[in-house]
Design a protein around this ligand. Structure first.
Ligand code: F0G
Length: 419
């Protein structure tokens, strides 16, 4: 499993700034992190990732939340809304029904703006301040825009968000709007929005805070770090598998990087790395297709559709980082139907855990992989639920019980209850 090593070997290049630099994952080019605004490699257009002169051990972490892991970050804490430190819920009924030894749900919907995006934004927006930009932008299926709007306004920077018209859940648009983002509703899907906003960023119109931005993903590593620490503290061992919904595959890439850094620091043996297991909706499953076909690259889907609008994405830009992560950790990827997603959303809700549809995909995927025998009964699994139920109130109401109209009298209510 050589892919679990950081490659190329982390020799500190001259361009490093305080022990931090950017490296191209394709050609290995080392770049100064804060001199120019870079999203991809100027030489070969490959994706970039942050590298460090040293990688911390668990003993180096202190405090709570994302900034507990500041030793793994490219910048000091700046703009924060106290993100991270999300609950790891037992879900005994689903654990029983699925039939695995240990199941926990890491509920990222409990972050300040209700999704995991806050972890990346606290870092990405701080880098934007270091770079001295004045306008932030993103394309979004909703959650990124809500997080960008909140962290942007808190840092005093202008924010611009491009959303696919008619395909963003109500709670997310409301957040972006109230936090003061300028919202552009694009006649096209998320992938079109990202194409446009990337062009705008290349032309210097705004600083891009989609997960193409290598610094944002540094914040998202902390999901993996929290999971490993919590499960180890609770059970004495790391989980065997982490199951997560996949859209742009930023989280998959970030978790993989967190694990490789722990391998580099000697904290995690290669055979202890959890199997990264991605779940997509059947109507938007290019990563699953690539994993099933053993392909090195993802083929973009031009037509995508799913009720899980957060992951209604046909061109996962982080695939070059995420595909090796799924493979090197011994994980896999699976597609689930909208019906399976809704069933899982209901099962989680029955245990008091309220999540948006995309989040429930993780549990739906686990259910299916266990039924297929890909996941075995002795596994210890963590499912990631990425966003809160209230993000998509329409989906929640449609999946839940209908309200019952009653007269405005106690007698009338009693009659109704007894009837
Ligand atoms: N779950 C939720 C709730 C999301 O909002 C997203 C992505 C994902 C999963 C997929 O994560 O892209 O790292 O694979 N939402 C982005 C957005 C695209 O614009 O809010 P990924």
């Amino acid at each position: 499993m050589t892919n679990l090593q950081l490659e190329p070997d982390s020799e500190v290049p001259d361009v490093a700034d305080d022990g931090v630099w950017l490296a191209c994952i394709e050609c290995g080019e080392a770049l100064a992190p804060f001199d120019d605004i870079l999203y991809t490699c100027p030489k070969c257009d490959g994706l970039l990732e942050a590298r460090y002169d040293s990688y911390p051990t668990f003993d180096d972490f202190s405090g709570s939340g994302v900034w507990r892991y500041r030793e793994t970050m490219p910048v000091e804490m700046g703009v924060t809304l106290q993100e991270g430190n999300t609950p790891l819920y037992p879900v005994p009924e689903i654990e029983d029904e699925v039939g695995v030894e240990y199941l926990r749900v890491k509920h990222e919907g409990m972050n300040p703006t209700g999704s995991f995006k806050d972890r990346g934004m606290t870092v990405g927006v701080q880098v934007a301040r270091v770079l001295g930009v004045d306008r932030l932008a993103c394309a979004s299926t909703g959650n990124t825009s809500a997080a960008l709007a909140a962290y942007g306004t808190r840092s005093g920077l202008e924010t611009l968000v491009l959303l696919p018209a008619g395909k963003v859940a109500a709670g997310k648009v409301a957040q972006a709007s109230l936090h003061g983002a300028r919202i552009l509703e694009v006649d096209g899907n998320f992938d079109t929005c990202l194409d446009i906003v990337s062009d705008l960023a290349d032309r210097g119109e705004a600083y891009l805070l989609n997960s193409l931005n290598p610094f944002r993903l540094e914040g998202q590593k902390t999901i993996g770090l929290e999971i490993l620490e919590s499960v180890r503290d609770e059970t004495g061992a790391f989980p065997d598998r982490i199951v997560l919904p996949v859209g742009n595959a930023g989280n998959t890439a970030a978790l993989y990087k967190a694990f490789r850094e722990l391998v580099a620091s000697g904290e995690l043996a290669e055979d202890e790395v959890p199997k990264l297991t991605g779940v997509q909706a059947e109507g938007a499953a290019p990563m699953v297709e690539a994993i099933e076909n053993g392909a090195d690259e993802v083929t973009r889907w031009d037509e995508v559709e799913t009720k899980a609008t957060a992951i209604r994405i046909g061109n996962p830009v982080n695939a070059p980082k995420a595909l090796p992560g799924i493979r090197a950790t011994g994980g896999t990827a699976i597609a689930v139907s909208d019906e399976e997603i809704t069933d899982a959303q209901r099962s989680l809700a029955e245990e008091g855990v309220g999540v948006e549809p995309a989040s429930a995909a993780s549990v739906a995927g686990l259910r299916k992989l266990r039924a297929q025998g890909v996941v075995s009964a002795d596994e210890r699994v963590v499912c990631l639920t990425t966003g809160h139920l209230l993000k998509d109130p329409d989906a929640a109401a449609a999946a839940g019980r209908d309200p019952e109209p009653v007269p405005g009298t106690t007698e009338g209510v009693l009659d109704h209850l007894q009837g």
